[in-house]
Design a protein around this ligand. Structure first.
Ligand SMILES: Cc1cc2nc3c(=O)[nH]c(=O)nc-3n(C[C@H](O)[C@H](O)[C@H](O)COP(=O)(O)OP(=O)(O)OC[C@H]3O[C@@H](n4cnc5c(N)ncnc54)[C@H](O)[C@@H]3O)c2cc1C
Length: 284
């Protein structure tokens, strides 16, 4: 199928993109990498009257350290996240998740902001953003606001973002003791199950843990049962094993599709949780 007709315009600045969004009265869609939006348009699941191209907006991409935090522009493509020396050193979990997205074409065009706004239930970044407790920076005609990742992902393809708003960046404190482990679909590389684990460790005791899961339910979620079981525990294989065994126990609706049944996904959640935790501990 081909898409319904649309008007195409390229924004010259963030303010220009916001003005164009406002003028279109809810009939426009931003396009960044186009790797999620264009397939939807071809299936006529999305029929915008106007496309506003933000792919080359000045200032919307880049990875920078700032006051002990890292900020990544929403227009940054997956390849740049994967190959960032700063992220590989200070926050390897995020670089390794980006390196596992799709194929080279997808990684060279697809953007962080596009992935977060689209919120595919099998996308990789949402789990990592939850584990990092990242802030999502948003700009709209009424001003700027910041949303915690845990409040941003709300349901199937549903996020806290209005039609006239743009994600500008994400910000987080880098975590070295973190890892992302994923069981991927062979063809697309989307996650059947993807687990991001971030640990805070002091004197061989786990002081805190954040574990994000993607691929298994309508949207990425925190595995709070695993986090609770790890917190305050000595680092040991037994403690990791027993915490990982709890992973997904509280999840009611597990996805089931042609790639994996709900039963299979449920059994893989602890397996990939354990892998992420072990790798995070190795980096501590
Ligand atoms: C073959 C294939 C394999 C893939 N494999 C994976 C995978 O393994 N893991 C994975 O996570 N993803 C995968 N993807 C998805 C890919 O990562 C997409 O690039 C990404 O989800 C969307 O980014 P984009 O820049 O292409 O967004 P677009 O397609 O341009 O836009 C997607 C949506 O986000 C909105 N949007 C874009 N930018 C912004 C912004 N800054 N602010 C607000 N709204 C915005 C658009 O309006 C649209 O609604 C795959 C895609 C393909 C085609």
């Amino acid at each position: 199928m081909i898409s319904t007709p649309f008007e195409y315009m390229r924004a010259t600045s963030l303010d220009d993109a916001l003005a164009k969004l406002g003028a279109a009265n809810g009939e426009a869609k931003l396009i960044a990498g186009g790797h999620s939006l264009v397939p939807l348009m071809k299936l006529r699941l999305s029929e915008p009257k106007v496309l506003i191209d933000i792919a080359r907006l000045p200032g919307l991409s880049g990875i920078n350290a700032k006051d002990g935090a890292i900020e990544i522009g929403a227009g940054t493509v997956h390849h740049d996240v994967a190959s960032s020396a700063l992220l590989q050193h200070a926050c390897p979990m995020l670089a390794e998740a980006a390196a596992e997205i799709g194929d080279p074409q997808v990684r060279n065009r697809g953007t962080l902001g596009g992935s977060l706004a689209h919120a595919d239930p099998a996308a990789d970044y949402p789990a990592v953003m939850l584990a990092l407790d990242a802030d999502i920076l948003i700009k709209g005609a009424r001003g700027s606001r910041t949303v915690k990742a845990r409040d941003f992902f709300q349901g199937l393809f549903t996020v806290d973002l209005a039609a006239d708003e743009i994600i500008t960046a994400v910000q987080f404190k880098p975590i070295k003791a973190g890892a992302y482990a994923k069981l991927h679909q062979r063809a697309s590389h989307f996650a059947i199950v993807g687990v991001a684990a971030a640990l805070a460790i002091n004197n061989k005791v786990i002081q805190g843990a954040r574990v994000g899961l993607t691929g298994a339910s309508s949207h990425a979620v925190r595995l709070t049962e695993v986090e609770g079981a790890l917190t305050g525990k000595q680092i040991s294989a037994d403690n990791v094993e027993s915490a990982a065994r709890l992973a997904g126990k509280d999840l009611k609706d597990i996805n089931s599709d042609l790639h994996a049944s709900d039963e299979y996904r449920r059994s893989m959640i602890p397996v990939f949780t354990k892998r992420a935790l072990i790798r995070a501990l190795e980096r501590a």
